[in-house]
Design a protein around this ligand. Structure first.
Ligand SMILES: Nc1ccn([C@H]2C[C@H](O)[C@@H](COP(=O)(O)OP(=O)(O)OP(=O)(O)O)O2)c(=O)n1
Length: 174
């Protein structure tokens, strides 16, 4: 079940959801409107799932950065979110989708117990200028059913994440 905006506000007040920085004005009817962070990693070369990938990190200037179709960009959310109680899903929003911007390629889920600034897998349909701290999408919170398992207790790949994570799939493929 999806949490409504008022329920997100309550959960932030009670500590069941952490959003840092938090702005109550960014709570929408069924979501929290998150922002793009200040840095982005750029990959314009071929990738191999069995090897570490190479990205170049850049600071997004205040007057914006133009993203190119065909490149893969790893961005990061401005906000860190966490909940031991609720699962989270990250997505873009219609305003961004209507510009032809994807905020993830195939990874919407944030596990219970994982406190993160989310890694974004950004692609653009057209050359598109983006800006640091712009509103970039929505995170929704879901009530779970069954015993809660915390991501940080089961030693998964990205548990120590502090920001942008490149794929660590290659570690499984050695
Ligand atoms: N766009 C995304 C999607 C997920 N995550 C974070 C939150 C999740 O709790 C964590 C793990 O996500 P997945 O389970 O989808 O990733 P993997 O299956 O690759 O990793 P693991 O084996 O650790 O579960 O990564 C993220 O930062 N950015």
């Amino acid at each position: 079940m999806i949490l409504t905006g008022p329920e997100i506000r309550n959960a932030v007040s009670s500590g069941d959801i952490t959003i840092v920085p938090y702005d109550a004005g960014r709570v929408s009817p069924n979501a929290y409107d998150w922002r793009l962070g200040d840095t982005i990693q750029v990959c314009d070369s071929d990738l191999d799932a069995a090897r570490p990938s190479t990205f170049v990190e850049k600071v997004i200037p205040p007057d914006g950065m133009e993203l190119q179709p065909g490149n893969l960009y790893l961005g990061v959310t401005h906000e860190r979110t966490h909940s031991e109680l609720y699962a989270q899903l990250i997505n873009g929003d219609h305003s961004l989708g209507a510009l032809g911007v994807w905020v993830h390629v195939s990874a919407p889920l944030g596990h219970t117990g994982h406190g993160i600034r989310w890694t974004l897998e950004i692609r653009v349909a057209r050359r598109t200028r983006i800006y640091p701290r712009m509103t970039f999408g929505k995170i929704i919170f879901l009530r779970t059913s069954g015993a809660i398992v915390s991501y940080q207790d089961i030693g998964q790949k990205y548990v120590a994440s502090t920001g942008i994570d490149v794929s660590r799939l290659y570690e499984e493929m050695r």
